[in-house]
Write a protein that binds this ligand. Structure first.
Ligand code: SF4
Length: 76
């Protein structure tokens, strides 16, 4: 258990507009924090499939609650 942070530039499901999982924008709004046990459903390219926060695909679209992350910012 625990939370993981995802930068928007990594383009995971965690930061995708099409993912239904619970997440919170990071203070700088350039990424999100997600509980490690979270599973969401994709409503985009993999419509109806269960996806973990760290999954990704070519259909990624930036979640509306974050800005595009600056590449130089590191999130750990
Ligand atoms: S599978 Fe692709 S389209 Fe679906 S939520 Fe993840 S990154 Fe977005």
């Amino acid at each position: 258990m625990g939370a993981s942070n995802y930068s928007g530039v990594w383009k995971n499901c965690a930061t995708c507009e099409h993912w239904s999982g619970a997440r919170k924008p990071l203070p700088g709004h350039d990424g999100v924090t997600v509980d490690s046990s979270t599973v969401g459903v994709c409503n985009g390219f993999w419509k109806g499939s269960r996806k973990y926060a760290n999954d990704k695909c070519g259909g990624w679209a930036k979640w509306g609650h974050i800005t595009q992350a600056s590449p130089e910012r590191e999130i750990s």
